[in-house]
Design a protein around this ligand. Structure first.
Ligand SMILES: [Zn+2]
Length: 53
């Protein structure tokens, strides 16, 4: 298991972000919610217990 791709964030990766204008990113659930608001970004939850709300 790796850490969130966001700087300074050490939460476990829960979501793969598919970003049309950049490389895919692996981020935690919290950062995924923020990033997924951008147009075209698709948040693809990784099958892991850490993603449960
Ligand atoms: Zn994060």
């Amino acid at each position: 298991m790796t850490d969130c791709a966001e700087d300074g964030c050490e939460r476990p990766v829960a979501v793969e972000l598919h970003v049309p204008w950049a490389d895919n990113r692996l981020v935690c659930a919290a950062h995924a919610r923020v990033a997924a608001r951008a147009d075209g970004v698709v948040a693809d939850p990784i099958d892991d217990e850490t993603f449960r709300c």
